[in-house]
Design a binder for this molecule. Sequence first.
Ligand code: F6R
Length: 243
Amino acid sequence: IYDDSDKASLYVAQEISKLIVLRQQQNKNVVLGLATGSTPTKVYDFLVKFHKEGLSFKNVITFNLDEYYPMEPDSIHSYVRFMNEHLFDHIDVDKKNIHIPDGTVNKDNIREFCDNYEKKIVEAGGIDIQILGIGRTGHIGFNEPGSSITSKTRIIRLDRVTRLDAASDFFGEENVPTKAITMGVGTIMNARKVILMAWGEGKANIIKESVEGKIKESIPATFLQEHPNCDFILDQAAASSLT
Ligand code: F6R
């Protein structure tokens, strides 16, 4: 629990950069699982700062958690655009090492695309650090309530609460896509380290449920209690309901 999200984000960015440097010394790659939304933006700001100060991302391979479906990559709402603006356009990551679920894939080919996404993660050596935000429904990635602990990358229907939370970004709930492609809970559980971040009072209840509540499919973040190497990084407000 940190005083504020700035200090907490600095810690997370430092954890990531330490692993990048360690792997560079060993001549190895790092596989990062990345999230979008408001929560990780300061982490990305710090990573961009570290890059300006000399940190290279040449040995980094990235897999993003999710993308709305359907979604064109150049749309202002796309997670491709989000990632470019917040991180990828400002660092020296090799473009061929970036993976984001494709919001334009033909609906008959979604299954194949998702299976392939899983295969690429495995071929890259598995995710070293997966960063996560958390939705008010307890979703991680877009694994809404009802997602199983073994779920893999797939297309899902977004919860009403999630679409309401995204409504202002889309200038109205009716414009928020009803679906998304997301890594599964099982995909996330396979990461060697998971860092879930949450800021602000609005997340306090779901953080309490996720950390102290019973493990259940209706709150997918509770599955992280079973992960052997998972940290919840919180500011004071998000931690305020914990006992
Ligand atoms: C985003 C994602 C979502 C968000 C969650 C919280 O890639 O997978 O699970 O992390 O909806 O969103 P913010 O950070 O905007 O509160």
